[in-house]
Design a protein around this ligand. Structure first.
Ligand code: 9MR
Length: 373
């Protein structure tokens, strides 16, 4: 009897603790300012959203997404190898869910992406003839873009087509289709999806040589009479190495082309990469190395404060150009989910975003909000 009573007591206290924790999280969320509200007159505030989040598996993150963001970019589910895993076999389930989730919650979808050299389906690697690549290219763009025409706000039509020196990346598309393939991709997207915006998206295009390449590319699309509505600067930078001057020059030069400027994959990581530069090339990986993982037990406050300052400086700049900057999207909701925990070195503990691993707002969150006060 005594044993039964103590089991009941234990179960009761566990339930009570769980309830308290829920109440605490809920009340913290109610008093937390909202990014999308704070910047509602300035630009959209977005986040990348993963498969779990699209399926609304976890109510805590679900509430944060609805409370904080008015734009989402699917982190992976619209990439070619996932949405068309084998020839003419499309898997639209997750994207359909994403579109419904966004529409129910008044959130804009930036569809990522139609043409990218990376994460291609296996069957593409066996293609030899230019004709089959052309057939894939036209069919993939037309099928995906027409299905979601007007249901997604915008498309990253082409992703990461440039080298660091501004020349075109030697992708299968360049090799087989020639250097007009990007204009062709936009032309096909324009036809298939007349009611959604069309963007070019890349990393490091704030850097002078690559920026010049991007400007030439955009001009080429415009000169061909094809629609391009904006350019996405990804924004994978390190907190102590944010290229502020180049970012400002880029906003000016890109917007002078008459298009929107967006920061589409923003994260300010705190860990060095082996090359000590800013890159987001997914193929540039390195092996596990525990000496390169200094903050596995927590982010020192001094670093969190410096990161907060870097984010504040960036948002002050974005606000200065709010007439041409249309969206800021973070690459993930919280630190624990960021791709930077696994890249370029696997198994590290990085802290690049505004919410910590327990979904609590970090100093960087409050410093971003404070840029409006
Ligand atoms: O965050 C994405 C990660 O989960 C994927 O494994 C990876 C490869 O598909 O892509 C990451 O997202 C990339 C984005 O699609 C394009 N720019 C660079 C991003 C970070 O690698």
């Amino acid at each position: 009897m005594i044993r039964q009573l103590s089991i009941i007591q234990t179960v009761f206290s566990i339930l009570l603790m769980a309830l308290m924790l829920n109440i605490q999280t809920a009340s913290a969320q109610n008093t937390t300012p909202s990014l999308k509200e704070t910047f509602k007159d300035d630009f959209f505030i977005g986040t990348a959203i993963n498969a779990q989040q699209i399926q609304e598996k976890d109510s805590v993150v679900d509430n944060i997404i609805k409370q904080q963001f008015n734009a989402v970019t699917p982190e992976n589910c619209m990439k070619a190898e996932i949405i068309e895993p084998s020839w003419n076999n499309f898997n639209f389930d997750l994207t359909d869910k994403l579109v419904a989730f966004a529409s129910n919650n008044n959130i804009k979808v930036n569809a990522h992406n139609l043409i990218w050299h990376s994460q291609l389906p296996a069957f593409m690697y066996h293609m030899q003839s230019a004709d089959s690549v052309k057939q894939y290219f036209e069919h993939h763009i037309t099928t995906v873009a027409s299905r979601y025409d007007g249901k997604v706000y915008s498309w990253d039509v082409v992703n990461e087509a440039l080298n660091e020196d501004g020349t075109l990346r030697n992708s299968i598309f360049l090799q087989k289709l020639g250097d007009n393939y990007i204009v062709d991709a936009f032309r096909l997207a324009q036809k298939a999806s007349p009611h959604s915006k069309l963007y070019y998206n890349d990393y490091n295009i704030e850097q002078p040589a690559k920026r010049a390449g991007a400007i030439a590319l955009i001009k080429k699309i415009q000169t061909a009479g094809v629609r391009i509505d904006g350019v996405g600067i990804q924004g994978h930078w390190r907190y102590d190495n944010v290229p502020m001057l180049d970012i400002e020059k880029s906003i000016k030069e890109f917007s002078a082309l008459g298009i929107e400027v967006m920061f589409t994959e923003l994260d300010l990581g705190v860990l060095k990469n082996p090359w000590d530069n800013n890159t987001a090339d997914v193929s540039a990986t390195s092996k596990a190395d525990s000496t390169m993982n200094p903050y596995k037990n927590g982010l020192p406050d001094s670093v969190a404060q410096k990161q907060a300052k870097a984010y504040a400086d960036l948002f002050a700049l974005f606000l200065k150009y709010k007439n041409v900057v249309s969206r800021i999207t973070f690459w993930g909701v919280n630190d624990g989910e960021s791709w930077l925990n696994g890249w370029p070195i696997p198994g590290r503990t990085n802290y690049p975003l505004l919410f910590d691993r327990n979904f609590q707002p970090k100093p960087a969150f409050y410093s971003v909000i404070a840029t409006k006060q």
